[in-house]
Ligand binder design. Structure first.
Ligand SMILES: Cc1cc2nc3c(=O)[nH]c(=O)nc-3n(C[C@H](O)[C@H](O)[C@H](O)COP(=O)(O)OP(=O)(O)OC[C@H]3O[C@@H](n4cnc5c(N)ncnc54)[C@H](O)[C@@H]3O)c2cc1C
Length: 545
């Protein structure tokens, strides 16, 4: 009888041990499987976009071009070399339309969850699914006794370390495979980190109930136990300080403390699991992924810097121009390199030593110019064949951006006092591009909305000159505030055409009818009165309805 109960106990122990080993692997296979599925979907979309959609667009373009030519012929010819987009409904666009609708629902529909905080549906449901899945593995086929789930929580937690670290990197393999930009993955990163904390606390609570070690009780002289406690406490602190409010209040401090704590956690977890050899394999890959991201960022910045020093680029490679009372344009001259090729909507991190407080202080800004390899072959920022301009429009807040604005302001004031216009130049390091870019080819109509037209008049002018087959460009300018209109009249800088911008705001207090006209470009319609929102609504109704 005693022998039977001993063998039952050892069978039970073997089963528990097998599940401690097995369940973390199973849950990781599920995650890997999901990543592979999204990666395959991403690959299929890329192939689909190239093979099918571009063909549809070309066909639309050809049809529209011939229609446009006929229209022009009917009107006795005209200067407008553009076309009308086809409103034909294509069944082949349905999968993409469904996907885009799902994206809109997942990321744009938000639910208020407390003061000032709104979460998108994706931010609500992805965490719930992730937590539920791990809790099922944690408690399934167990019993109420902590013997069954205490250590399982620890191994489940350790097995997800590499996943959490991978989700946080700017250069991460998950982004590369799935096409999901690192900013969106950071939502998952936070969810996974909070779930990790939950598992760590379940692990601690379970081990506390069971007793840490039958032979050595819960002696704090054990290094593995102390390192586990330090790792758990650091993780708890990290999750507390990573809340949205704290991040918004002191982002730079948050980044610094976050990095220190992450390093401490990884080292302590390593020493904690070193006593249980198979689980060390869950920890060291996290170090590699974490180090690789930082190494890649550093190597890329250095590579661009070295290319710049070998070219004719001025060591003070960035020009600062004040745009308004709280905005500054930063134009960084960079060497032409495939490594730096960017697409609309992507962003880069800027470090400007004369303004940044530390070499690690880098801030993200959207690139507001086209690179020289853009669709029309001459991007807005194109400099020479071997150099290009990366432009950023930065709004001054309270930290780095305010210091940048003040720096440019002081430099311009000094230059004006000395009687010249003067250029304000600084050295800037660029890390990027990052983030994804929407493929506008898949949409028959694209509506882009921008405020402060005068800031992008150069780019708009170049767009207006663009003559891409099958592309109908319709620029509508809503002048809503006379004061702003006087200050920065929206003109288009079109090559060979005189800008009709007023000489100065003082000369220009005209009546409505006297206000300066935009260059006579048939692509541009100016609405001088009324609210932009009303005009935009009408525009949306026309295009969608
Ligand atoms: C992908 C992306 C693209 C952006 N593009 C532009 C742009 O084109 N033009 C523009 O004016 N702003 C842009 N921003 C916002 C810009 O990065 C922040 O306003 C800027 O970093 C604030 O710096 P600060 O020290 O003046 O911040 P503070 O005044 O100290 O803080 C203002 C806000 O910025 C956030 N913030 C501060 N530092 C960072 C950082 N390093 N990374 C992310 N957020 C931070 C804080 O959470 C806070 O909510 C972009 C942000 C992101 C994430």
């Amino acid at each position: 009888m005693a022998a039977q109960s001993t063998s039952l106990a050892s069978l039970d122990k073997a089963l528990r041990k097998a599940r401690i080993d097995e369940y973390p692997k199973q849950s990781s296979y599920l995650l890997a499987g999901l990543i592979v599925a999204v990666a395959l979907y991403n690959l299929a979309s890329i192939v689909y976009n190239y093979l099918v959609i571009s063909r549809v667009c070309q066909a639309d373009g050809a049809t529209s071009t011939s229609n446009a030519v006929k229209d022009e012929e009917k009107q006795g010819g005209g200067s407008r070399g553009t076309v009308t987009a086809s409103s034909r409904v294509s069944i082949r666009r349905i999968p993409l339309a469904l996907l885009n609708s799902a994206r809109v629902v997942a990321y744009r529909v938000t639910v208020p969850v407390g003061l000032d905080v709104h979460l998108s549906l994706a931010e609500i449901f992805i965490p719930i699914a992730y937590v539920l899945a791990l809790l099922i593995w944690e408690f399934v086929r167990g019993q109420l006794s902590a013997q069954y789930w205490a250590d399982r929580a620890g191994t489940l937690a350790a097995s997800k370390l590499v996943f959490i670290v991978a989700l946080s990197g700017k250069n991460n393999i998950i982004s590369l495979l799935t096409g999901i930009s690192y900013e969106k993955l950071s939502i998952l990163h936070r969810v996974a980190a909070r779930t990790l904390l939950l598992l760590v606390w379940i692990h601690l609570w379970g081990r506390w109930s069971v007793g840490f070690d039958a032979s050595d009780s819960d002696s704090l002289t054990n290094g593995w136990l102390r390192s586990g406690i330090v790792a758990g406490s650091s993780l708890s602190l990290l999750v507390v300080i990573s809340n949205r409010k704290a991040r918004q209040r002191a982002y730079e401090l948050f980044v610094l403390v976050h990095n220190v704590l992450v390093f401490l956690i990884l080292v302590c977890v390593y020493f904690h699991v070193r006593a249980f050899p198979p689980f060390v394999e869950y920890v060291w890959p996290a170090f590699i992924v974490w180090g690789l991201d930082r190494l890649l960022r550093f190597a890329r910045v250095m590579y661009i810097y070295i290319l710049s020093t070998r070219s004719s680029i001025n060591p003070d490679n960035a020009q600062l121009e004040l745009l308004s009372s709280d905005a500054v344009r930063v134009t960084v001259r960079v060497p032409s390199s495939r490594l730096l090729a960017w697409k609309p909507g992507q962003h880069a991190f800027l470090t400007i030593p004369s303004v940044s407080r530390s070499p690690l202080e880098a801030h993200p800004f959207t690139i507001a110019s086209l690179d020289s390899d853009s669709a029309d072959g001459r991007g807005a920022g194109a400099g020479t064949d071997s150099e290009m301009d990366m432009t950023f429009i930065v709004r001054a807040r309270t930290g780095f951006t305010r210091r940048l604005f003040d720096y440019a302001d002081r430099a311009h004031a000094k230059a004006s006092a000395a009687g010249g216009a003067g250029e304000c130049r600084v050295r800037a390091y660029v890390d990027g591009p990052y983030g994804s870019s929407s493929d506008a080819n898949v949409f028959p109509n694209v509506i882009l909305v921008a405020a402060h037209m005068s800031w992008i008049s150069k780019e708009l002018g170049q767009l207006a000159e663009t003559r891409l087959a099958g592309l109908d460009i319709d620029i509508r300018i809503f002048v809503t505030r006379a004061a702003v209109y006087d200050e920065g009249t929206p003109t288009l800088e079109i090559e060979g055409q005189e800008s009709e911008h007023p000489e100065s705001a003082e000369d220009n207090k005209p009546s409505e009818s006297e206000k300066p006209a935009l260059p006579d470009n048939p692509l541009v319609t100016v609405f001088r009165a009324g609210r932009a929102s009303a005009g935009l609504l009408q525009l949306l109704e026309e295009e969608i309805g």
